[in-house]
Ligand binder design. Sequence first.
Ligand code: SIN
Ligand code: FE2
Length: 216
Amino acid sequence: MPLGDLFAGKATPAVENLAPGAVLLRGFAAGKAAEMMAALERVVAAAPFRRMTTPGGYVMSVEMTNCGQVGWVTDRRGYRYQVTDPATGKPWPAMPPEFARLAARAAGAGGYEGFVPDACLVNRYEPGARLSLHQDKDERDFDAPIVSVSLGLPAVFLFGGARRSDPTRKIRLESGDIVVWGGPTRLFFHGIAPVADGEHPLTGRCRINLTFRKAL
Ligand code: SIN
Ligand code: FE2
């Protein structure tokens, strides 16, 4: 299959190598964005967005929820994955099949065949919300990559290196862009600069990010 066929709604693939093991797939999800938002509405109806507290006692500016077998949570006890949503006491909603399909296709385009995510963290950024530099390291499996889908308002993704003090690249992410990182970059530091105010036809006054991982 020609690589272009992998790109929903895009004739020309736009793969930008960020580092060995990390790629930016510009517009990869653009043709699926409305479908993703519709599926997300059903997830959020069962597991509403909420602002979680870090172990240090800070309330995060980003609102979060999850779908999949396990969900990422933080509170005063620490960061972890759990089967139940602490807000409802019920299991997280199942991962919509269209989510899992898109994540697997994007991983494949990034060089990671056979990606089967079991967790999807959903981040919602209102203007001013940010995510400070961090590593994704609460998963059991670092062999699988991370697939990160951007929808709605643009943002500046900070992509650093293995050490917190490494210089960060500033990458503008638009709605439909997907970043895939794994292999030698799996534990690279990354974050999101404060989101600028604006309106987006897909999401209104916010940015949505779907982060797919294999946690178990
Ligand atoms: C994350 O690191 O969990 C989210 C990154 C993003 O919002 O693009
Ligand atoms: Fe992250």
